[in-house]
Design a protein around this ligand. Structure first.
Ligand code: PBG
Length: 324
């Protein structure tokens, strides 16, 4: 009988052997937990489109962050859901705005154990739901939006946010925010640039989570899902503008873009496992169609394998508990 000489299966022969030769691991410190805080909430309430994820009050937010810290999670990314919205998203930069007071509360509570990060975008705060302010024709006005991002950046930095997550996809946003931070002396406030953020259907459940008012879509600022090279272009631009970390988003449908950016980047590259990725696995698991824990672990390891140094995931605390 003609037997094969090369036997890769040798290295798969036992759990101990597989563990020894494993190429990719996910460590709790590489996970970032996105959290939603709702103005006026006195207790946490479930978000229907994201089973297991809550709208937090300030108190329950602190508890969720403390649990994440105890599980060894690396950081949290905070989103605010305001009670009132207007055309310029004024609550986003108001010192007493929900995102800013929640940031202060978290920094005081767990700021030594976790890196407290904030979403820097206007969509949760505008009455039209766009990530920027609109011009007289109703189009998103890039440069007028940059002024609002600068206001937001300064109020978030003032509130103590350690990393600003610039997720609005305006041209020049990293440059504008970096210059303003430096001028005000916030030289240690880092910028996470959502560089390759695609106009994705997988944000669907998130829109409910932040009560998005959006009619229409974000295709004039977020990337076309078919454009791989453009993901690289946007990342290169953000690096040249001084981003400290770049992000690819969503994660699982964009692993090629992630691998491209990771291969050329000399700064950390993160990926965001978005609400739709979360909801799909939860829904399939709830129906008994998929092994929930294995699917979550496989999704995280695949995102790491493609090149992400850290992953934003709604499973951060739970997954950290398994991975320790
Ligand atoms: C914009 C923002 C979005 C998400 C994070 N930041 C929504 C969007 O671009 O429509 C989506 C996150 C998710 O789906 O989990 N501020």
């Amino acid at each position: 009988m003609n037997v094969p000489v090369i036997r890769p299966r040798r290295l798969r022969s036992s759990p101990a052997m597989r563990r020894l030769v494993s190429e990719t691991r996910v460590h709790p410190s590489e996970l970032v937990l996105p959290l939603f805080v709702r103005e006026g909430a006195t207790e946490p309430t479930p978000i229907g489109s994201m089973p297991g994820v809550m709208h937090h009050s300030i108190d329950s937010l602190k508890r969720a962050a403390t649990n994440a810290a105890e599980a060894g999670v690396g950081g949290v990314m905070l989103f605010g859901v305001p009670l009132t919205r207007d055309a310029t998203g004024s609550q986003a930069s108001a010192p007493e705005g929900i995102l800013n007071i929640a940031t202060e509360a978290l920094v005081a509570e767990v700021g030594d154990a976790l890196v407290i990060q904030t979403d820097l975008c206007l969509d949760e705060f505008t009455d039209h739901g766009h990530c920027g302010v609109l011009d007289s024709r109703g189009a998103v006005d890039n440069d007028a939006t940059l002024e609002r991002y600068v206001d937001m950046a300064l109020s978030q930095a003032h509130a103590g946010s350690a990393i600003l997550g610039l997720s609005g996809m305006m041209d020049g946003q990293v440059d504008a925010v970096r210059a303003a931070l430096d001028e005000e002396g916030f030289i240690d406030t880092a910028i996470l640039a959502y560089s390759a953020k695609y106009a994705s259907a997988f944000y669907g459940p998130f829109r409910e989570a932040v009560d998005s008012q959006l009619q229409g879509d974000r295709r004039t600022y977020q990337l076309d899902p078919g454009n791989r090279r453009e993901g690289m272009r946007e990342s290169t631009l953000d690096m040249s503008e001084g981003a400290d970390i770049v992000m690819v988003k969503p994660a699982m449908s964009y692993l090629d873009v992630l691998a491209d950016v990771a291969a050329m980047s000399d700064i950390p590259v993160w990926a965001y496992q978005v609400s739709g990725e979360y909801a799909m696995i939860e829904a399939a698991a709830a129906n008994g169609w998929i092994d929930r824990r294995r699917a979550i672990e496989e999704s995280l390891v695949s995102i790491r394998r493609a090149g992400a140094d850290a992953v934003l995931t709604y499973w951060a605390t739970e997954a950290a508990g398994w991975l320790k």
